[in-house]
Design a protein around this ligand. Sequence first.
Ligand code: NAP
Length: 284
Amino acid sequence: MSSILMGRPVAKEIKDNIKVDIAELKKKKIVPTLGIIRMGERADDLAYENSIIDNCEALGIGYKVFELDREDSMDKFTELLDTVNNDDNIHGILIFRPLPAQIDIDIVKNTINPDKDIDCMNPLNLQKVFTGDLDGFIPCTPKAVIEILKYYNYDLKGANVAVINSSLVVGRPLSMMLLEEKATPTICHSKTKDLMKITSSSDIVVTAIGKAKFFGSDYFNDTNVVIDVGINNDEDGGICGDIDYDEVEKIVKAITPVPGGVGSVTTSILLSHVIKACQKYKSI
Ligand code: NAP
């Protein structure tokens, strides 16, 4: 029987810290404020936006949604981003992705104000992660993975960690953060040989391949701690991870559920970055 690593208590601890910081800012009559840039009304974006807004309202974080049409031009997007970049009342910016094809994501990444870049899009912030400077804005999902492992007291020092994802959003920054913790990450991708051998011999396995229930019990054993980052639709239209949870939960040492695992922590980290951006802007 595995330990189920729920995200909720981890998120609560982060939110409790946010509340302390907000109370301090409130004494100075400062309201940390998030600017959300959304193009169109994709269901995923709206669901994420609603959950962020609920959290902002519960915590006392201000927010403003800047909405464009999905068909709007790059010029219009850049004009809006410039406005939000320079708006003194917005401390952190979140841009919903994927953006439509006419928006050049590389220009966006390089244009977002690095001091407001709470989702770590700007290469200047990403570069910090790769040079071991974790004081900037760290990508939220990898940070959520680390926070979960620390909250549940898994010793990262010396741990062998299989990271099954090589993207700049998840796998690569996570591996750099694991190195900072003195873990030994192995970055895996679609062409990695002997994946089963790597997963079953790792202390911790992080999956983020975006394929519903891809990993069955044959990849694991009772020594593995499994962190499932994947968010996929299952055959019933619900949400599931990359792990075949019902099967794998029975055999591994510990596992995060989907939903209720990594995703619930990611939002709290994003909001903690709004506070951090605000404190930095106000030199607190
Ligand atoms: P991505 O850019 O498509 O990266 C997927 C990675 O998985 C790539 O490295 C890919 O390898 C690898 N991969 C694909 N199939 C594989 C296989 N059969 N065996 C081994 N590796 C395989 O996706 P992403 O943006 O990083 O997101 C990945 C997943 O994480 C998605 O489900 C996404 O929804 C989820 N996600 C969750 C959160 C959260 O907060 N929980 C946040 C962000 C993303 P190649 O490069 O060789 O193709």
